[in-house]
Design a protein around this ligand. Structure first.
Ligand SMILES: Cc1cc2nc3c(=O)[nH]c(=O)nc-3n(C[C@H](O)[C@H](O)[C@H](O)COP(=O)(O)OP(=O)(O)OC[C@H]3O[C@@H](n4cnc5c(N)ncnc54)[C@H](O)[C@@H]3O)c2cc1C
Length: 447
């Protein structure tokens, strides 16, 4: 098959070729794509040629920028890797950035910071911007600016018919693509809004085991008081006792409150005061920082690893909901997992072009655990979903990690309101009737 390689500027590899394993590897290590052919695209024309080739052969097409969001691995089809498409152009007057499909959040943050601007990026600098935006994009300042997917000016897409299309708000596919992962084709370029944020106040407050329940309860009531300029998360983590973990946290069960506030230091300190009253902190690095340091707020693990996760979007976070969660996940409980609850609401409630539902959610509870050996989602994740069911209004597809049961049709449908799902399935039947783009949280074409 590699005699077609001359059509491409980037490498084209089959499983027997040197470099294949590195090309398909990603951040998620529990499983990987096993394509018959991987195309390391250098530009949009490579992507178009790869899709056209797959269409002629009747093969599925998967896309990978970084592998952070790998859901369904392609087996025997074509994988397009986009890491080489890493161009960034910032227009400081228009406050926009034009980015290639392989750009990571950290690179965009740095490029925008040169002009005192910031993208609407999330917690980890190594996540791919396009995959993040196509999943909605819940950013560090999400309550102030809303979903990143609602701040796209235009996008370039290669569809199943091998056509390169430019889409702008108002085009039928524009809203369908934004919010539905890679279901409608391969995005080769995005033009995004930047916001005038050069500095933020934020960081982490970490409380040791005896204060975890107090931290959860204080954070719960405190979130009802804060302005939209303040977005925060509380994580409950049991750190392993290994050298990769800072000494002060090794082996400890802690609650970590992460804050991002777009406002002056004095005001940030005032908002943080009730949280500091919870008690002594193992870590307290709240400060005014250049936006380029904002990746330190969550300090997500930078190294590839295996993980599975589920989540629940909640209309409210009640003491009963927190108790149900703690009963399962406190040390010695049935579920050994990192719990991460993000405060939503404010600008996230506003409608926008992207196909994102459940916008009235006030919180998202994320539960991240070891995926185990099997292909099925760990039972522990199902137990958490069940425990939170009375308060759950839906699920976020961006924060479902893992294969098998975590990526099945029912879980994908639960990411959308029924009308939105029907509309997306109809669009899928029109633009990808053979479901070529199915190695993802798949929306099957309507009959
Ligand atoms: C450590 C970590 C932190 C995270 N933090 C946040 C956060 O703060 N906020 C948030 O909203 N999400 C967050 N996420 C979720 C993340 O946004 C999704 O996992 C996203 O899909 C990752 O995109 P990627 O390109 O990096 O991953 P990949 O695995 O490369 O891609 C994931 C999927 O996106 C689609 N895709 C990627 N590129 C293209 C393309 N060019 N064209 C069409 N489809 C494409 C494909 O369906 C692909 O399977 C986080 C994930 C991790 C692992």
């Amino acid at each position: 098959m590699t005699d077609i390689a001359t059509q491409f500027a980037g490498p084209v590899l089959t499983p027997d070729d040197t470099g294949y394993a590195d090309e398909v590897a990603g951040f998620q290590t529990a499983y990987t794509h096993r394509p018959a052919l991987v195309v390391g695209a250098r530009h949009a024309e490579d992507v178009r040629a790869a899709v056209e080739f797959a269409a002629r052969q009747g093969l599925p097409v998967a896309v990978q920028a970084t592998g952070h969001g790998l859901s369904v691995a392609v087996d025997g089809g074509v994988l397009v890797t986009t890491g080489r498409m890493d161009a960034i152009t910032v227009d400081p007057q228009a406050r926009t950035a034009r980015i290639g499909a392989g750009v990571r959040a950290g690179a965009l943050v740095e490029a925008a910071a040169r002009y005192g601007l910031a993208p609407l990026n999330g917690s980890s600098p190594s996540v791919g911007v396009v995959g993040y935006v196509l999943g909605g994009g819940l950013g560090l300042l999400a309550r102030e600016f809303g979903y990143a997917a609602d701040h796209v000016r235009s996008l370039e897409l290669v569809t199943a018919d091998g056509r390169r299309r430019t889409l702008t708000p108002g085009d039928e596919l524009f809203g369908a693509v934004l919010g539905s992962g890679g279901n409608f084709g391969v995005v080769t370029e995005l033009e995004l809004d930047l916001v005038p944020v050069a500095e933020i106040y934020g960081g982490q407050l970490v409380f040791d085991a005896p204060l975890v329940d107090a931290a959860l309860e204080t954070w719960r009531t405190w979130t009802a008081t804060v302005p939209s300029e303040l977005t925060s998360t509380i994580a409950v983590v049991t750190y392993p006792d290994i050298p990769a973990v800072p000494e002060s946290l090794r082996g400890r069960h802690v609650a970590s409150i992460r804050i991002a506030f777009d406002g002056p230091q004095e005001e940030g300190e005032r908002w943080a005061a009730p949280l500091r009253q919870i008690g002594p902190r193992l870590r307290d690095d709240l400060r005014t920082m250049p936006y380029a340091e904002s990746h330190t707020i969550h300090s997500d693990p930078p190294f590839p690893h295996a993980y599975a996760a589920t989540n629940a979007l909640l209309a409210e976070l009640t003491p009963q909901g927190l108790s149900a969660l703690r009963a399962l996940t406190a040390p010695g409980g049935r579920v050994d997992a990192v719990i991460d609850i993000r405060h939503l609401g404010a600008a996230l409630r506003h409608g926008g072009p992207a196909s994102i539902d459940h916008r009235d959610a006030e919180y998202i509870v994320r539960v991240i655990t070891d995926p185990g050996d099997g292909d099925a989602a760990p039972d522990s994740l199902a137990a958490v979903r069940e425990a939170l069911a009375p308060w759950t209004i839906g699920h976020s597809l961006a924060f479902l990690y893992g294969a098998g049961g975590a990526a099945d049709a029912a879980q994908t449908a639960a990411g959308y309101a029924p009308d939105t799902y029907r509309w997306l399935a109809a669009a899928k039947a029109k633009y990808d009737p053979r479901n070529m783009f199915r190695a993802n949280r798949n929306i099957a074409p309507a009959d």
